[in-house]
Design a protein around this ligand. Structure first.
Ligand SMILES: C[S@@+](CC[C@H](N)C(=O)[O-])C[C@H]1O[C@@H](n2cnc3c(N)ncnc32)[C@H](O)[C@@H]1O
Length: 424
């Protein structure tokens, strides 16, 4: 196979898994198993950038072929066109390599082979005209599907929606949380124990990883646990705990953490992470809606499952494989989990509810409904000094981070968190 071809084949497989079977990008990366690290990296770059620029690439291809061949007759032609155009226009691959690579992919497929002349013609035009066409496109709008664009415009207004969508266009930095606020080579301090690396790197090969000196966690994801204040020597029930970023954080802050997670395999991953970090927590594999502690705890964290629309920078497939009904299903589960969590909080104790979602049904509306159902709780507004003075991350007394926050330093995931105090 010629240079780059194993990577192109893997990228095609990743895109098919994501776009046709709606599988998560991270799971689809299994297609890179066995590739040389360089090829695996190239495959990941092609597939990742194709998803980040999906709307722009589709519009570009449609400008040349207004009626693309029917999916069932054309095999992987859509994937080959999208990835080929992406290589040419966004990844700066030389035209001869990208076009030849796409032709070879088509040649190797019984259905796509019949569309070689079309692929060749489209990609040759893309190599000549593509950059000028995409420069004139409304990238933020095209790369955000209607269902998300409309929701975000309603929740945040169009200007902020544009800023959110713009943040989704870049590969996010790598955030590292240190156990002992020690320096990390090549990383700049962001806030508290969070260090940021702009260059991507193989995490498990970095110094200090095997020794368990740090873990990877987006800067925004580190903020909800801070809303408890001092936790040293106190019990924190961590509901929906895997893969354990917040368990590690609370444990390293000196809390006695009881981590509750329903999925056995995800709990195993959490345990492995804690072992590497030489941290200890009590682990409970149970559905948090059914499990109850022996006695109520002073602190309960509920990091509820959600649409994860705040993490699109890290999961560029989400806009294209999820829809509004996923948001509604998650919102319903969050309500049930919140009711269960309320039972576990001692009088004068705190419940922190967090989601990595931008959708109001999964965040603020959950809290409004909860406070109506549970008059024994009140909202305890978040103060800027509790989150390193970052006032812009607070909305209506709650934590509300957006991908466009701290944009000049590389942005952050979108997280929502509210702090609720049990008063009786
Ligand atoms: C957003 S992730 C949690 C991330 C985690 N808190 C961290 O900081 O690494 C949500 C987790 O909740 C788990 N989960 C979903 N429903 C659950 C339930 N009813 N009871 C317990 N765990 C649940 C999922 O398996 C998933 O691992």
């Amino acid at each position: 196979m010629s240079a780059g071809q194993p990577a192109r084949l893997a990228a095609q497989a990743i895109l098919s898994e994501v776009l046709r079977k709606r599988r998560p990008f991270d799971a689809a990366l299994a297609a890179t198993a066995g590739l040389e690290p360089r090829d695996a990296g190239f495959a990941r770059a092609i597939a990742g950038e194709t998803l980040r620029r999906f709307g722009q690439l589709e519009a570009l291809i449609r400008a040349f072929v207004p009626k693309p061949p029917a999916r069932n007759r054309a095999g992987p032609v859509p994937e080959i066109l999208l990835a080929g155009a992406c290589e040419l226009v966004f990844l700066g691959v030389p035209a001869h390599a990208a076009v030849d690579g796409a032709n070879r992919l088509a040649q190797a497929d019984g259905k796509a082979v019949h569309f070689k002349p079309l692929i060749n013609a489209v990609l040759r035009r893309a190599s000549r005209e593509g950059k000028a066409i995409v420069a004139a496109q409304d990238a933020a709008r095209l790369n955000t599907p209607d269902w998300l664009w409309q929701r975000w415009c309603e929740s945040y207004g169009e200007e902020t929606t544009r800023a959110i969508a713009a943040a989704h266009q870049s590969v996010p930095p790598l955030d590292i949380v240190t156990k002992e606020a020690s320096e990390i080579a090549g990383a700049e301090p962001l806030f508290g124990p969070v260090y940021r690396m702009q260059e991507s790197a193989r995490v498990d090969a970095m110094p200090g990883y095997a020794e368990g000196n740090w873990w990877v966690q987006d800067a925004a994801a580190t903020l909800p646990a801070l809303l408890f204040g001092e936790v040293r020597g106190r019990t924190v029930i961590d509901l929906c705990a895997a893969p354990g970023g917040k368990t590690a954080q609370l444990t390293s802050m000196g809390a006695n953490v009881v981590a509750v997670e329903r999925e056995v395999s995800r709990m195993a991953q959490l345990e492995e992470n804690l072992n590497r970090l030489r941290l200890k927590a009590e682990l409970v594999v149970e559905d948090a809606r059914d499990w109850r502690p022996k006695e109520p705890a002073p602190f309960v964290l509920l990091d509820a499952p959600c649409s994860a629309s705040g993490t699109i920078r890290r999961h560029p497939e989400l806009p294209w494989i999820k829809n509004a009904s996923d948001v509604m299903l998650c919102a319903q589960a969050a309500g049930e989990l919140l009711d269960a969590a309320a039972d576990m909080v001692a009088k004068d104790g705190l419940l922190v509810f967090a989601v990595c979602s931008l959708e109001r049904e999964e965040g603020p509306e959950q809290v409004e409904d909860f406070l109506r159902r549970h008059t024994e709780f009140v909202r305890l507004p978040v103060e800027p000094q509790e989150i390193f003075g970052l006032e812009e991350l607070i909305a209506g007394g709650d934590l509300r981070t957006l991908p466009c926050h701290l944009a000049a330093r590389g942005g952050m995931d979108g997280f929502y968190a509210a702090r609720l105090k049990r008063v009786r």
